[in-house]
Design a protein around this ligand. Structure first.
Ligand code: GLU
Length: 304
């Protein structure tokens, strides 16, 4: 398969599109990013790297970090984790409070904000320095120690976290947050502020495409059985209240973030990432979704 040619075609096709989406502005620092950024990186298990555009420029990974936090939590906790957070699609916006009130403080899944706050709480109970451990985990799976948070994004989101603060307080009132609410929120915002390029993200997501192991050898990060579960949650819950649409149009497990990034995998084949900041009304990168839809269409390969 001539993947580079396919990516070049995708780039040409999407560059001519009239984008109607908007760059996220509820975290003020995110709105400083140019709406014209566009990058894609495909990392194939058998044939290596292909890319176009701004694929080497770091951006705010935002909710894509929730996949890494869940992976860490599944490494250190056993089944009790899924007593505190469910694995059902929410069908509601990622920061909704309504469902949480109705369902007594048990978030629908680990990829909505409430779920990621509970996952963060479990990591805080386990690690003395959870922020350090989180970055260490990202460094391990990318084999790249230079990855760090974007301090401006971190501070900007901290100042504008009222909705996430409500979620964490509500869950505390139901007994589903064990640590200090401000510290849980701080740790969560820290994870979201990690900055990575499409290439670095595709490298990180290779563990989900490659049965839990790094591609460079035998190092197993997480078992194939746990990866199967993480991929299942990505498939059903990775795209806010548009997970069905993403499955329908693209057909790969993945996770998006309000920074405009999407990371997806084809088990046994590849990890792929796209970055384009303007978001559609459901919060997913408008061109990112289109690029991935074209990828699975032009290659004729998806998990379905
Ligand atoms: N830090 C963002 C928030 O909590 C993440 C949202 C996202 O990327 O889905 O609102």
């Amino acid at each position: 398969m001539d993947y580079q040619n396919i990516l070049n075609n995708i780039e040409q096709e999407v560059l001519s599109k009239n984008v109607t989406g908007k760059v996220a502005a509820y975290i003020p620092e995110l709105s400083c990013i140019s709406a014209d950024k566009l990058g894609m990186h495909l990392y194939c298990i058998n044939s290596g790297h292909y890319q176009f555009g701004d694929s080497n420029e770091r951006f705010s990974i935002q909710s894509i970090s929730k996949v890494f936090a869940l992976t860490m939590a599944m490494l250190v906790h056993t089944d009790d984790l899924f007593k505190r957070v469910d694995v059902e699609p929410s069908g509601d916006p990622f920061n909704s409070l309504i469902q949480l009130e109705r369902e007594q403080g048990i978030p629908r899944n680990p990829f909505i904000n409430a779920g990621a706050l509970v996952v963060s709480d479990t990591l805080m109970s386990h690690f003395e320095n959870p922020k350090e451990e989180f970055l260490k985990f990202v460094h391990t799976i990318t084999q790249n120690d230079s990855i760090d948070i974007n301090e401006e994004v971190y501070l900007s989101e901290k100042k504008h976290s009222h909705r996430n603060a409500s979620l964490v307080h509500l869950m505390k009132s139901f007994g589903n947050i064990k640590n200090d609410v401000d510290q849980v929120l701080d740790f969560y915002v820290y994870q979201c502020a990690v900055a990575m390029s499409c290439k670095e993200l595709a490298t990180a997501f290779m563990i989900y495409a490659n049965g839990g192991s790094l591609l460079n050898g035998e190092s197993e990060i997480i078992t194939p059985s746990k990866v199967k579960r993480i991929n299942a949650i990505m498939q059903t819950c990775g795209f806010y209240d548009e997970a069905g649409e993403f499955s329908f149009r693209v057909g790969l497990p993945g996770k998006s973030g309000v920074g405009g990034g999407i990371a997806a995998i084809h088990p046994g084949q590849y990890a792929v990432t796209v970055w384009s900041p303007p978001l559609n009304p459901k919060g997913n990168s408008e061109l990112g979704m289109l690029c991935l839809e074209r990828l699975t269409t032009l290659t004729g390969l998806s998990i379905f």
